[in-house]
Write a protein that binds this ligand. Structure first.
Ligand code: CU
Length: 159
């Protein structure tokens, strides 16, 4: 199956990304893991955006569901898991998130603590400081199998 091939090819890249720059296989990949821009600089100004994860009648969602950003702007996402299940916040473009989601079908217990992605247990809180250096439409999504499908994606539009 085509999907399987893609997921297998992605494996080393995603696992080295999970080691947060420590892996020897990281050289040359650098920013290629970050389709939505780059990690932010805490010494520069940023806007705080509070994001809540929640579950409802067969749905799962983020609040807010979308966000408009100016190109070059830094956003500090302050993320709270207000649900009863574990969730994640993975910031990327749709293409990368769909590939990553296919991989997580095989490895549903993957945990993320990356510059662009965090796993949050129920009631947990975490932060991501991000610089949106590119124009385009990006997203934050929960790639735990079934969660994206239940509505767990938010849009970031960078103009
Ligand atoms: Cu989730």
């Amino acid at each position: 199956m085509k999907m399987f091939k893609v997921a297998t090819a992605l494996l080393p890249m995603l696992f080295s990304a999970g080691l947060a720059f420590a892996g020897p296989g990281d050289a040359g990949h650098g920013h290629s893991n970050f389709s939505a821009g780059e990690p932010g600089d805490p010494k520069k100004p940023f806007r705080v955006v509070e994001v809540t994860m929640q579950e409802g009648d067969g749905t799962m969602s983020y609040s807010p569901k979308s966000l408009d950003v100016k190109r070059g702007e830094q956003i500090k996402f302050v993320i709270t898991n207000g649900g009863a299940l574990a969730h994640e916040f993975i910031l990327a473009d749709e293409k990368d998130n769909l590939k990553h989601a296919a991989l997580m079908q095989k490895f549903p217990d993957m945990q993320h603590d990356d510059p662009n992605g965090k796993s949050l247990e129920p009631k947990a809180k975490n932060e991501i400081l991000w610089r949106f250096s590119k124009r385009g439409t990006f997203e934050y999504s929960c790639l735990i199998p079934g969660h994206r499908e239940a509505g767990m994606t938010g849009k970031v539009i960078v103009k």
